[in-house]
Design a protein around this ligand. Structure first.
Ligand code: DQA
Length: 149
């Protein structure tokens, strides 16, 4: 059984309450339950975290270096601002999938650029919270094949 880190950035603690016309009605606890179900179907374990603080996300990525076989990350607004999260992910040598609940490319221009995409092995955007489940499936298959491409 491998360990997958699922990391969530700022304001995602308000999922379900926050702009539901954009992000839907599922809460982060619902997303976590979905992720746990899919991971266990695939024989994987997950650690699921959310923080509004950039340094905590960086610390979890450093921790993942030691114990995780893959990362699923929705960096939220840090996607568009954080070279520090990109640098941390560049120290992680296993598969990384970036997830956005909304289709960031259909939204404001400042959401079109992602620092994290410079490192991510794949990007999912606009599939709602289902994107997390698909990202876990992809990480699990990359772990199995040992192929990040
Ligand atoms: C988001 C998109 C970001 O632009 C935004 O800042 C978020 C959430 C998404 O999941 O669609 O907080 O990452």
């Amino acid at each position: 059984m491998s360990l997958i880190y699922v990391l969530n950035g700022p304001n995602l603690n308000l999922l379900g309450k926050r702009q539901p016309h954009i992000y839907g009605h599922e809460t982060l606890a619902d997303v976590e339950a979905d992720c746990r179900r899919v991971a266990s179907e695939l024989g994987q374990d997950i650690r699921f975290h959310q923080s509004n603080r950039e340094y905590e996300i960086i610390d979890w990525i450093h921790e993942a270096r030691e114990v995780a076989a893959g990362i699923v990350i929705n960096p939220a607004a840090f996607t568009h601002t954080s070279v520090a999260i990109l640098d941390a992910l560049n120290t992680f040598e296993q598969p990384v999938i970036e997830v956005h609940i909304s289709n960031v490319h259909k939204r404001e221009a400042f959401r079109h650029h992602s620092f994290v995409s410079h490192r991510a092995d794949g990007v999912i955007a606009g599939l709602g919270t289902e994107g997390y489940q698909l990202a876990i499936r992809r990480v699990a298959s990359l772990i199995k094949s040992g192929d990040k491409k």
